[in-house]
Write a new protein. Sequence first.
Length: 575
Amino acid sequence: MTTPDDSTSRHFVREIIENDIKAGKHGGKVVTRFPPEPNGYLHIGHAKSICMNFGLAADFGGRCHLRFDDTNPETEDVEYVESIQQDIRWLGFDWDKHLHYASDYYEQLYQFAIQLIQAGKAYVCALSSEEFKTCRGVPTAPGKESPWRNRAIAENLDLFKRMRAGEFAEGQYVLRAKIDMTSPNLHLRDPVIYRINKTPHHRTGAQWPIYPMYDFAHCLSDSIEGITHSICTLEFEVHRPLYDWILDQLKAPCHPQQIEFARLNLTYTVMSKRKLQELVVAKVVSGWDDPRMPTLAGMRRRGYTSEGIREFCHRVGVTKVNSLSDFALLEHCIRDNLNKSALRVMGVLNPLRVVIDNYPEGQEETFTAQNNPEDPRTANAAGAGTRQIPFSRELFIEREDFMEDPPKKFFRLAPGREVRLRNACFIKCVHVVKDPATGKIVELHCTYDPLTRGGNAPDGRKVKATLHWVSAAHALEAEVRLYDRLFTKENPADESDGTDFKKHLNPDSLKTITACVEPSLKNAQPGSRYQFERIGYFCVDPGSTEAKLIFNRTITLQDIWTKIQAAATKKIDGR
């Protein structure tokens, strides 16, 4: 057994497992599971559960199962099954041979239901869901028993077997657990454990016209697989008495302990799969993997790293209190990881042409640039951490890096001012060319100092700004998609004021521009991540080709979280 040294990784779930091992519970084994329903793509909230279940199993020398709770054929699809497996592997986890489905256990679950009926603990009910809702009542007052609650066991068995045979219409009957209609916990007031549904299943086809409900299938699937710790989110806390009741009634040989923790909620996004699907269906986004979505597929396409997401989940921690995590912390974790791993390149998003008048026409040369000064893997490899950048008489710089009449604190290029071109030389602006019709600046004429090749002046003079650039003769055209947060409201999921969450969509969440990038990116592969110097981090989109380069902005260089933390520290210290 291995345990992390980092004290911040300690939390109440880990302590429960440690105490169980010391007590010899389950023979000292640790078996967890991640049980997604295949009715949508995984999102960042699921990542916390994945890291919890797989991580704890690994820390204690156990195993973690991937089990699809596929008990609702109306909403499930093979596409979701495949995407979930891809996302878990991308996060860095593997279930080895332990890939399971609730549908693997349909016959066993059916037999368990038979056992409950035979024990007088389940009955076939003809009330509709609306009719039973009236009977069930409210937590502060006892409910009213179904008129079918005391059917004879033989009649219940006969009806349930006929439900299994497909004799009845959908909604005509359900199988209910007979528990306690006076319980303050509504989940114990004779919950449905089987319903008729004749929708074909993506794995079993039309073999089953009845399906178990989640609460019935989940605890028994855990037991069948020998799960020791059934870790789930806080909303399932009220379901735990039902989880235990079912296993107790069936005298299950393995009785896992259900442990609840607070789910991950994130500012400026929604975590409901129903709401995310609504965005997909309404074509507000391009699909489940749209880079603005909080899905793992969307984040991967945007350029987020699995390492950064795992670090974020670690920093958020594990508690029993629901809270809203700051999106800025997620961005900080991604930015911190990309800073160490992403190659540096130069790209100009809003090009302004610069002509160097005293540079010979037709002449070209190259300058050496570092690929990533933060990457320790290339620090000691001669030449491995550098690339050659072409330079010519005409260049592109960012339009925002020039002002004709600059304010006092603007230190970039202006008429008569000298600046450094990164890795290249010093240039000075000597003339501005404007469109006579619009007055818009269309071209700058500059001179360069040949003695500053490489970016430093031999006489020791300094400049106050260094600009990125791209040689016009060698520049590649690229489509750049500038992604921002999808919502303008910090908590768009809060609809307590009656406002639909879609009313808070950010109209500027995506802007598409045509940019110029350096030629080293000609063969950039989909999924590759780069830092466009002075701008931000970008990822090559899966739809990118050599003929049409497409980059998605992953994140800007500005680290808001660091500023938030610094301000908080200053406030605490009274400074």
